[in-house]
Design a protein around this ligand. Structure first.
Ligand code: SAH
Length: 205
């Protein structure tokens, strides 16, 4: 509840996002060494030099996505699977891709995820998206993208939205793209954030 208050204080207003944060035990997603810190609004290290995003960042992206129940959402960067579970708590059908084999394998063994049959986890390169399961209502990229991946735009439904942190340096701009019915794309620019980089290809070791 304290975490929800903190996030509210930073400007998150979507009640369904706040409810999802309230219901999800974040300490399940981190090493038990961090148990006492799990409800602080901070990013933490997970395996393979990656991070579980700051709850405010997860809430911010989820709010920009304007998630509706039963929507098909593609997430790039499964990481700890925390963001995927927030989207599932909000009633979405989640397809999530991770390029690090070890993180993918850890999530395959993560028994808590059995609670969310609406989450499907894939090992692959997010730049390719998931053509077989496309088109998607929404796409959320949770790693810093140097450019907008064209295949992800292709895999968005007309009227669909993509939320993506864009930029190559330490700081990225949160962007929301809307694919219009005539296939043009409208861009909205939001706040600055700091993500781990979105890398090309898979890491099989
Ligand atoms: N959504 C995650 C955030 C993890 S950090 C969470 O809630 O915890 C970003 C993740 O994106 C990392 O696990 C990283 O390995 C992954 N990633 C980076 N580039 C990728 C790519 N091209 N395809 C898929 N995943 C990628």
């Amino acid at each position: 509840m304290q975490l929800v208050e903190t996030i509210k204080g930073k400007g998150i207003t979507d009640q369904r996002v706040l409810d999802a944060i309230l219901h999800l035990p974040r300490h399940y997603f981190m090493d038990s060494a961090f148990d006492k810190l799990a409800y602080e609004d901070r990013a933490f290290p997970i395996a393979e030099g990656q991070t579980i995003s700051q709850p405010y960042t997860v809430a911010y992206q989820s709010q920009l996505l304007e998630v509706k129940p039963y929507e098909k959402i593609l997430e790039i960067g499964t990481g700890s699977a925390y963001q995927a579970c927030i989207l599932a708590e909000m009633g979405a059908q989640v397809y999530t891709i991770e390029r690090q084999k070890k993180l993918f394998d850890l999530n395959k063994q993560f028994t808590f995820l059995k609670k969310y049959p609406s989450i499907k986890i894939f090992f692959g390169d997010g730049y390719e998206g998931l053509p077989t399961y496309s088109p998607f209502d929404k796409i959320v990229v949770t790693a810093a993208a140097p450019h907008i991946p064209p295949k992800l735009i292709e895999q968005l439904k007309p009227g669909g939205k993509m939320v993506i942190p864009l930029g190559e340096g330490k700081v990225q701009r949160m962007i929301r793209l809307t694919k219009n019915e005539n296939n043009t794309v409208t861009e909205e620019i939001f706040d600055n954030f700091s993500f781990v980089p979105m890398l090309e290809g898979k890491n099989n070791v």
